[in-house]
Ligand binder design. Structure first.
Ligand code: ZN
Length: 348
């Protein structure tokens, strides 16, 4: 899986620091060895308690308060993705959480780290700026994204508590982004249900859904066949990309169920949705994109051809100009064809 060319659409910078970096840069890490820190984070992630889960983000957030640390973490982010076979990524993060710095300076530091990583690895990484729903800076961050769209900022996202903060609350900002033809993806259908997804599409003009997996609430299985409600039909038929993150969804979204194989990924795929595989927070979920592919294969029996399909869906959904998306798709096809030949199996 590591050798296959992959696309990462949904991965948070503050959720993907190296354990060694957290240990080195934290003022008061909760453990003093890499294994100890991994165990501490895994315990929070598996606690089933959001407050506990968020303590891991307080830890990484405290590290991301200087330009130097942001640059370093962004640089390491690119190196780690390249080592995992990712050829194109969109990294998302909330500049307002690096509150010790002006937001523009924080973004500049991240851009600088990403560019250094790109030069060293040859992969491409773009930024998605997040406005936090519970904060008061959504309009400001959206303006920043607009101002930086000619650099490496390709889209805007809303994150933070989904329930109680529907995208409709931010309608003027989201209308403005639409008016400027700025791509938007919104966390919806992760912690909340269909109304949240509907608002992301109707009020947020979202082109993709951050997770979106609770669209499954609008899918019934009748005699073994998926039957879709109106909203689910809209999402499927418009090919709105679902940025599914199986392990993370399993940790944070109670609806997923008891076992990894309870995740609706395979059902949504069978019903024809544009599903993509993502990591969300590699540190908190102790995962990589390759590992997510492995887990999906183990749970659902996906083949190389299925994985190629998911990666091509991600490439098509990337916030890149069409010619670059086509190049990305070629890279993916070539990589899967080579893997297919190596395993004596032709993926088409
Ligand atoms: Zn997310």
């Amino acid at each position: 899986m590591k050798d296959l060319a992959k696309v990462s659409l949904h991965d948070h910078l503050d959720g993907s620091l190296r354990l060694t970096t957290v240990l080195e840069l934290s003022a008061a890490p909760p453990a003093d060895t890499v294994d100890g820190l991994r165990a501490w984070i895994n315990e929070r992630s598996l606690s089933g308690d959001l407050v506990e889960y968020l303590r891991s983000f307080s830890l990484t957030g405290a590290v991301l308060q200087t330009a130097e640390n942001l640059e370093r973490v962004a640089h390491e982010y690119v190196l780690d993705l390249a080592a995992d076979g990712v050829v194109y990524a969109e990294v998302r993060w909330a500049p307002e959480l690096s509150h010790s710095l002006p937001v523009a300076a924080a973004v500049e530091a991240v851009s600088s780290g990403l560019r250094r990583g790109e030069r060293e690895t040859g992969i491409t990484v773009r930024q998605i700026l997040i406005g936090m729903r519970q904060g008061h800076r959504v309009a400001e961050i959206a303006d920043l994204a607009l101002a930086l769209r000619e650099t490496d900022v390709v889209a805007f996202d809303l994150a933070g508590p989904e329930a109680g903060y529907p995208p409709s609350l931010f309608a003027p900002t989201l209308d403005k982004l639409q008016g400027e033809w700025m791509p938007v993806t919104i966390h919806a259908g992760e912690a909340d249900g269909l109304a949240s997804i509907a608002s992301a599409l109707a009020d947020g003009h979202a082109l993709r859904l951050g997770h979106g997996v609770r669209i499954v609430d609008d899918v019934r299985v009748v005699d073994g066949e998926p039957v879709l409600g109106r909203l689910a039909q809209w999402v499927r038929d418009r090919e709105i990309v679902l940025e599914a993150s199986p392990t993370s969804n399993f940790h944070t979204a109670a609806f997923v169920g008891e076992r990894f194989s309870d995740h609706p990924f395979a059902l949504l795929d069978r019903a024809g949705f544009a599903v993509t595989v993502n990591t969300d927070n590699r540190l908190m979920s102790d995962t990589t994109l390759s590992a997510e592919l492995e887990k999906l294969s183990a749970a659902f029996g996906f083949t190389l051809a299925d994985h190629e399909r998911f990666q091509l869906t991600a490439a098509a959904g990337a916030f890149l100009p069409e010619p670059q998306k086509r190049q990305l798709a070629q890279k993916i096809r070539a990589s899967f064809a080579a893997a297919g030949l190596a395993s004596g199996h032709v993926p088409h």
